[in-house]
Design a binder for this molecule. Structure first.
Ligand code: FMN
Length: 403
């Protein structure tokens, strides 16, 4: 497996979030502004709650980067929570002087959130101990880590974008030829959807859900372009790149389904309608063949085949409803209405951006696994040598068949 590792720390209303990325080689140029551009994209999207309005995420690079370039040492990124001042007495790490419970205790677990499962497992009397960490606030620092990986991938011409294909019952029209600047196009829509008519209907659906005190889920499509053939491996279950991408996307809070290429649809089709035929004449990047279709979504045998990697992540509706669902108060054992606190109506557009970051981390790791070295210069040379090897192989195949 690749040498890239990352860990995040921090509670939703704690002082800050921290991410440590280890294994990034030296020589990747990255700036605070580039990371913040992705953080801003995560905060966009129609249907977000009040918090997105009070915070503009700012990142600090605290280690691993000097003079705009990575050093090969662990990279520490932090994002302050601007609201911390208002939460000190609730979230402070110091022991309580008074035996009184802290303000804003949560004892009415929300169906669909981690409140009950986490509180029972960790024996907490206050579900805030769980929800502060289960909250998707943590994904802000994943996006920051992903932004560094995205810069690394850019050295090889690998680009990652996403767009929203469904929110609630509104589905966007499927587009065969996605625009080259996928994110630039998607970010123009408030719901990050390329279909203008569907965008409008998605916004209406969000407004309707909001006025009913309800919430919505949806589907994001993530596209990785420019990945060369040969990332990942068929040899062991935990080296398969399709499996690793699925895990990474599934780890995003509220994501409950992941599809690759045709995904579930392939189960209902014939083999002749599903697999991507090969024609002679491709580039070393695509293994020396041309594929008129990309139904596999760029992955065969857990290995990239040089076609765009196409992933879809399905997000369930947000668990915090303003018209709360029934629950049981775990302090009294009595029936109750679930906890309602400041919340998003939908966060599908943001989820797409987080999924891009997770895909960037996994693909960067796969590149390092195959070509890993201490500096980007050595890695670029290794990629060159590999692609030349594939080219030479096809040249000699041609010669053999001619004679
Ligand atoms: C970008 C994003 C924002 C989210 N915002 C909220 C929110 O405001 N309220 C909420 O209840 N859940 C929100 N969620 C979902 C919860 O974090 C998630 O449902 C919860 O942690 C339980 O995990 P699970 O759904 O994966 O089982 C959000 C998820 C994402 C990806």
């Amino acid at each position: 497996m690749g040498s890239l590792r990352f860990v995040t720390a921090g509670e939703s209303h704690g002082p800050e979030l921290t991410g440590i990325l280890e294994g990034m080689p030296a020589g990747v140029e990255v700036t605070v502004e580039e990371i913040e551009a992705d953080l801003l994209r995560r905060m966009m999207g129609y249907g977000r709650g009040a918090r997105m309005k009070i915070e503009t995420d700012r990142v600090k690079i605290k280690s691993g980067v000097r003079a705009g370039s990575t050093l090969g040492s662990p990279i520490t990124l932090t994002i302050e929570n601007k609201d911390w001042e208002n939460w000190i007495d609730i979230m402070d790490s110091a022991p309580d002087i008074e035996p009184n419970p802290r303000r804003r205790r949560v004892v009415r677990p929300r169906p669909g959130h981690a409140d009950l499962t986490g509180s029972m497992k960790y024996d907490f009397l206050d579900a805030r101990n769980v929800l502060e960490r289960a909250s998707a606030r943590e994904t802000a620092v994943r996006v920051a880590v992903g932004a560094v990986c995205r810069k690394f991938l850019g050295l090889f011409g690998i680009e990652i974008g996403s767009h929203i294909v469904a929110i609630g019952s509104v589905k966007a029209q499927s587009i065969l030829d996605l625009p080259v600047g996928l994110n630039e196009s998607a970010d123009r829509s408030e719901v990050r959807c390329l279909d203008d008519d569907a965008s409008k209907r998605m916004i209406e659906e969000i407004d309707r859900a909001k006025s009913n005190g309800d919430t919505l889920g949806g589907v994001a499509e993530i596209v990785v372009r420019g990945a060369m053939i040969g990332l990942g491996s068929h040899v062991s279950w935990d080296r398969k790149l399709d499996a690793r991408l699925a895990q990474a996307l599934m780890s995003i809070p509220a994501v409950k389904g992941v599809e690759i290429g045709m995904g579930f649809e392939a189960a209902y089709k014939l083999g002749s309608e599903t697999h991507d035929e090969m024609l002679p004449g491709g580039t070393p990047h695509t293994g020396g063949v041309i594929r008129p279709t990309n139904r596999a979504g760029g992955l065969e045998g857990g290995i990239t085949n040089g076609m765009p990697i196409v992933l879809r992540a399905a997000m369930k509706p947000i668990a915090t409803l303003m018209k709360p669902l029934k629950t049981v108060n775990f302090e009294t054992g009595e029936p109750a209405n679930a906890q309602s606190e400041r919340s998003d109506v939908t966060a599908v557009p943001a989820m797409g951006v987080i999924a891009e970051a997770m895909a960037a981390i996994v693909v960067a790791n796969a590149v390092l696994e195959k070509f890993g070295a201490d500096t980007t210069k050595d890695i670029l040379k290794a990629v060159d040598g590999y692609l030349r090897r594939i080219e030479e192989r096809w040249e000699s195949a041609g010669q053999t068949s001619d004679t």
